[in-house]
Write a new protein. Structure first.
Lengths: 114, 115
């Protein structure tokens, strides 16, 4: 899987929007951009994914740059429950060389202040 | 909402002992995974399993490790002779497909402590 770069940590205040950036300058045309998060003492949890267009779901929005070399996970109104480690992961299983494994980096530790 | 479950939540064992970690994936999922996370470190892929055989494994998954789907619902990870460095959180995950757009669902993990 191609490499991603994320800030080590970010802070936010409750009920404010949070923009979590991810750089993936070596992304290939078949890489999907996935975001997972890991709440304290829990397993990773899927948040959102996209390929080229911006995506929205009930948890978050994903904004993908036009050249796809970066993306931003947007939490529209952070809550205390959103405090977690957020992972940006590229996935490409074309050619059958990867059976779906996720390659986690260090992620971004998001702290939400009341 | 369907979820992945894991038992036990915490396992303490002596070095050299065998342990079996158990997982019940989501019922209609076809791909199963084990990951581990040593305290303070990143989540690491161990193995993926499909159609009753290993489809991919990492360098960590050596001969001490094995996986099995014994009865069509459980998915187990066995460590034959545990070492101190096997102490970690072990997460099971499952997905319907292994494609690049399918999400994986993770269980809450089993904390393995090797003394």
């Amino acid at each position: 899987d191609a490499k991603t770069t994320q800030p080590n940590s970010m802070e936010s205040n409750e009920e404010e929007p949070v923009h979590l950036p991810c750089n993936h300058s070596t992304i290939s045309g078949t890489d999907y951009i996935h975001w997972y998060r890991q709440l304290p003492s829990q397993g990773p949890e899927y948040v959102i994914h996209g390929l080229t267009s911006n995506v929205n779901n009930r948890m978050a929005s994903l904004a993908i740059a036009e050249d796809r070399k970066s993306s931003t996970l947007i939490l529209h109104r952070a809550t205390l429950r959103d405090a977690a480690v957020y992972y940006c992961i590229l996935r490409d299983v074309t050619g059958g060389t990867s059976y779906g494994k996720l390659t986690f980096g260090q992620g971004t530790i998001l702290t939400v202040h009341p | 909402e369907p979820e992945v479950t894991q038992t036990p939540s915490h396992q303490v064992t002596q070095m050299g002992q065998e342990v079996i970690l158990r997982c019940v994936p989501i019922s209609n999922h076809l791909y199963f995974y084990w990951y581990r996370q040593i305290l303070g470190q990143k989540v690491e892929f161990l193995v993926s399993f499909y159609n009753n055989e290993i489809s991919e494994k990492s360098e960590i998954f050596d001969d001490q490790f094995s996986v099995e789907r014994p009865d069509g619902s459980n998915f187990t990870l066995k460590i034959r002779s545990t070492k101190l460095e096997d102490s970690a959180m072990y997460f099971c995950a499952s997905s319907f497909l292994a494609s690049s757009y399918n999400e994986q669902f993770f269980g809450p993990g089993t904390r393995l402590t090797v003394l």
